[in-house]
Design a protein. Structure first.
Length: 128
């Protein structure tokens, strides 16, 4: 058995606002959308997220995901500067003991999005 890929699917009752948040604020592209199904696919480089309207058989009052979506990125400081004034901040940019520089925001639905970049030590720079 081989797992090939995992694509999160987030539920939203605000399809247009969610697509706008991910495309206009985070720079994703909407590569597929079906309004009849209430479904869309968003891409940014190798990252894919599906967005779906919950079906009538699923009780939905808002986000029910109890974790976060963690994005490993390059140039975290530039992204922080871009997002810090236009999003709801979960926690500001900070260097952590586990050698990651990261911050967290909430999307328009309330899902927690965390962004991190590995902190390169002086010794790791010498190895490159």
């Amino acid at each position: 058995m081989k797992f090939k890929k995992m694509t999160p699917m987030i539920w939203t009752s605000e399809m247009d606002m969610t697509i706008a948040f991910y495309t206009e604020v985070l720079g994703f592209g909407c590569t597929d959308r079906n309004d009849e199904w209430g479904w869309a696919v968003l891409h940014h480089n190798a990252i894919e997220i599906m967005v779906s309207r919950p079906n009538e058989h699923t009780p939905f009052g808002g986000p029910v995901f109890t974790g976060s979506f963690y994005f490993v990125i390059e140039d975290i400081d530039a992204l922080w500067e871009l997002l810090k004034e236009q999003t709801y901040i979960a926690y500001p940019i900070e260097d952590f003991d586990w050698n990651m520089r990261e911050f967290g925001i909430f999307d328009n639905n309330g899902y927690l999005l965390q962004f991190g970049q590995e902190i390169l030590s002086d010794t790791s720079l010498e190895e490159e």
